[in-house]
Write a protein of this length. Structure first.
Length: 94
């Protein structure tokens, strides 16, 4: 399940998607900033999802041309954690 929110009035944020939104919210959020991290994110997300401490995962992608955001969206359905994906228009840092 995916819910998407567009961010009108904010040229930096293109959209925010929430996957597995029906899961309870965890007591902690792990924020993962990305730019061209497709290979790394595909390995990192399952590790974060398997932590003994429950965490929600927020990936803030800065418009990666390598498809990092699409990899997050694809992997999110397989994870047992709530995943949020912020698609940003470019490299803005944290």
């Amino acid at each position: 399940m995916s819910a998407e929110t567009n961010a009108p009035g904010n040229a930096r944020i293109k959209s925010v998607e929430t996957f597995n939104a029906e899961l309870p919210r965890a007591p902690a959020v792990v924020i993962v900033p990305t730019y061209n991290e497709r290979e790394n994110i595909e390995r990192l997300l399952p590790v974060l999802a398997s932590l003994a401490v429950p965490v929600d995962i927020l990936v803030a992608d800065d418009g990666s041309p390598d498809g990092t955001a699409d990899a997050v969206a694809s992997a999110a359905a397989r994870l047992g954690r709530r995943v949020m994906l912020m698609r940003r228009a470019g490299k803005f840092g944290l």
